[in-house]
Design a protein around this ligand. Structure first.
Ligand SMILES: *[C@@H]1O[C@H](CO)[C@@H](O)[C@H](O)[C@H]1NC(C)=O
Ligand SMILES: *[C@@H]1O[C@H](CO)[C@@H](O)[C@H](O)[C@H]1NC(C)=O
Ligand SMILES: *[C@@H]1O[C@H](CO)[C@@H](O)[C@H](O)[C@H]1NC(C)=O
Ligand SMILES: *[C@@H]1O[C@H](CO)[C@@H](O)[C@H](O)[C@H]1NC(C)=O
Ligand SMILES: *[C@@H]1O[C@H](CO)[C@@H](O)[C@H](O)[C@H]1NC(C)=O
Ligand SMILES: *[C@@H]1O[C@H](CO)[C@@H](O)[C@H](O)[C@H]1NC(C)=O
Ligand SMILES: *[C@@H]1O[C@H](CO)[C@@H](O)[C@H](O)[C@H]1NC(C)=O
Ligand SMILES: *[C@@H]1O[C@H](CO)[C@@H](O)[C@H](O)[C@H]1NC(C)=O
Length: 484
């Protein structure tokens, strides 16, 4: 502006000087550099905006922070065949299979699936595999009535040839994209498991697109129906996978504006579920490099949830180790973020229960770390809280799914595969095991729910607490010490 003013002033004062060259011209000498600079500024500011895949105006729920939908919420579980509970008073959830059938039947426009691998159709003819076949056929039936199916999956490999999704793609039933984590991040996989139907209904949980996840592996997930806000927010996570699965995809320096989210631990979405409970909700995601602005870091969501507990923290997870497991060339390292959060919770008086899984593929090196969690109990301080003396504690139990001789022969089955945490005030349902890689280089999501501040408990959170205690108290869970 200084330059502009000077030139204008000098133009007025020394009119005769310019008269010779620029009379009646609307292009003043001063305008030229200024126009160039202005154009440059315009391009720097607006070009990235115009370059967005699509410019969307914010939805109402994003502007107000309140979801007005009549969302229906349910936990859904896969309970492996021949696993039974002695007491009949425990909550029984709808099965993952019935949830997926419901979602498939509701689909009118679109199905977006994030999956690690595909094994719905079983060629070994195992009798309980029919639910996998039926799910696969349900996808085909949806495609045949015009539903657009998009699949974002991990890269095909010898271990996971992705035959089912290749079949769907070859026959025009689905569009499939594979994300190459080795290329994008040096290691990791797309480990997330979720479904988004018509941008209205969702499933998020531990179940893979595998027939065993319906009948031979123990899984837990959440199903939300008629919930466009949460489906739309989860769709932003899907968009990232979809983009990263495009040919020659590279991590962008910044993600498109409209994939940012308003909702995270500091600013959760206010939502009414099942017409009963008002809740606060947000979705977390890993790896951090996949997170557009606003999205909560998955490991931080877990650490924050543990830190917010005032009485107890109950965790059910397949694998637990404060280290990475899958870094290339065995360059694994110690990663104590979650382990530290648990020890610190116990130190301030919280009762921690950790339900670990054991199966043929459980690594022996997890056990010393689990023992080390329990080892601190005798050293925990007695705390004076509101007049009463309390002491924190960490208990670990090992859950083993029983198998008949025939069931024991099914590869990669008969395991407690769920990944969730419930505290006195929050439910966290995730897709990641609790080892470093899952939060550093591997894709996963967390679904975090708590009641609004200063309001009573939540039936939903209580229910997850009951599910945990059902398993913790069952004959399939044994204390860590009892292990030979
Ligand atoms: C397992 O369950 C099947 C079907 O419910 C039943 O026929 C079979 O007897 C059970 N086996 C055992 C060992 O419990
Ligand atoms: C199971 O699903 C049906 C149909 O969606 C629903 O009416 C029922 O309430 C669900 N049951 C449980 C225990 O969640
Ligand atoms: C499932 O489908 C596969 C492949 O189409 C078939 O070989 C298998 O027999 C089917 N299993 C059942 C239980 O129907
Ligand atoms: C995935 O990325 C790795 C590392 O860049 C590369 O070696 C490999 O060929 C890629 N795989 C595919 C199928 O593109
Ligand atoms: C922990 O509680 C604080 C205060 O209520 C809240 O702002 C924060 O979002 C909570 N963190 C998580 C991870 O829920
Ligand atoms: C995400 O969380 C992990 C573990 O808590 C932490 O190491 C990392 O720095 C966090 N990243 C960001 C961007 O906050
Ligand atoms: C102590 O009691 C007050 C009032 O009942 C409560 O708000 C507060 O959370 C309690 N503190 C702890 C650490 O439990
Ligand atoms: C799991 O281990 C048991 C005992 O070592 C063995 O009998 C069974 O065949 C194994 N199952 C699989 C699927 O490898």
């Amino acid at each position: 502006m200084d330059l502009f003013d000077t030139r204008i002033n000098s133009y007025n004062l020394d009119k005769e000087e310019t008269e010779t060259c620029c009379r009646n011209s609307c292009i003043k000498p001063a305008c030229f550099p200024i126009s160039v600079i202005a154009l440059f500024i315009f391009m720097v500011v607006f070009f990235p905006l115009l370059n967005e895949d699509m410019l969307e105006t914010p939805r109402k729920y994003e502007k107000t922070g309140v979801c007005k939908d009549q969302c229906r919420f349910e936990f859904v579980e896969s309970i492996p065949t021949n696993l039974t509970y002695e007491s009949r008073t425990w909550p029984v959830q709808n099965s993952t299979y019935s949830s997926w059938q419901l979602l498939l039947s509701k689909a009118e426009k679109s199905i977006d699936i994030a999956a690690l691998y595909w094994n719905l159709r079983d060629d070994s003819g195992y009798p309980t595999s029919w639910q996998g076949n039926a799910t696969f056929n349900g996808l085909i039936a949806a495609a045949k009535r015009g539903v657009k199916i998009r699949i974002a999956q991990d890269l095909p490999s010898a271990r996971q040839p992705q035959i089912d999704s290749a079949y769907l793609e070859k026959n025009g039933f689905a569009t499939v994209r594979s994300v190459n984590f080795s290329h994008l991040l040096g290691s990791g996989v797309l480990h997330t498991k979720f479904w988004i139907i018509d941008e209205r209904h969702i499933y998020v949980g531990s179940a893979n697109m595998d027939w065993k996840s319906l009948t031979e592996v123990k899984e837990l997930g959440v199903q939300l129906t008629d919930c466009t806000c949460v489906a739309h927010d989860l769709g932003k996570v899907f968009n990232v996978y979809w983009k990263m699965g495009a040919p020659k995809a590279e991590l962008p320096s910044r993600w498109p504006l409209q994939w940012r989210t308003e909702f995270n631990a500091d600013h959760p979405l206010l939502i009414s579920l099942n017409n009963l409970d008002n809740h606060r909700l947000f979705l977390s995601s890993s790896p951090v490099k996949f997170n557009p602005k606003g999205r909560e870091n998955d490991s931080e969501a877990i650490v924050g949830t543990i830190a917010n507990a005032t009485e107890f923290v109950h965790i059910a997870v397949m694998d637990y180790i404060p280290a990475t497991l899958y870094m290339p060339q065995q360059n694994n390292y110690y990663w104590g973020v979650l382990d530290d959060a648990l020890r610190s919770a116990a130190y301030r008086g919280i009762k921690v229960k950790l339900l670990m899984s054991q199966w043929n593929h459980t690594r022996p090196q997890i056990f010393p770390f689990l023992h080390s969690l329990e080892a601190i109990n005798d050293g925990l301080p007695i705390i004076n809280r509101n007049g009463s003396k309390i002491k924190g504690r960490i208990d670990v139990k090992i859950f083993q799914v029983p198998s008949t001789a025939a069931q024991a022969q099914i590869p990669f089955a008969r395991v407690n595969h769920n990944k969730y945490m419930v505290t006195d005030n929050t439910a966290y349902i995730g897709t990641s095991n609790w080892a470093g890689d899952y939060f550093i280089t591997t894709a996963g999501v967390g679904f975090v729910l708590r009641p609004p501040d200063n309001q009573g408990g939540s039936k939903i959170i209580t229910r997850l607490g009951d599910i945990f205690l059902r398993d913790w108290g069952s004959r399939y869970a044994r204390p860590l010490d009892a292990r030979s």
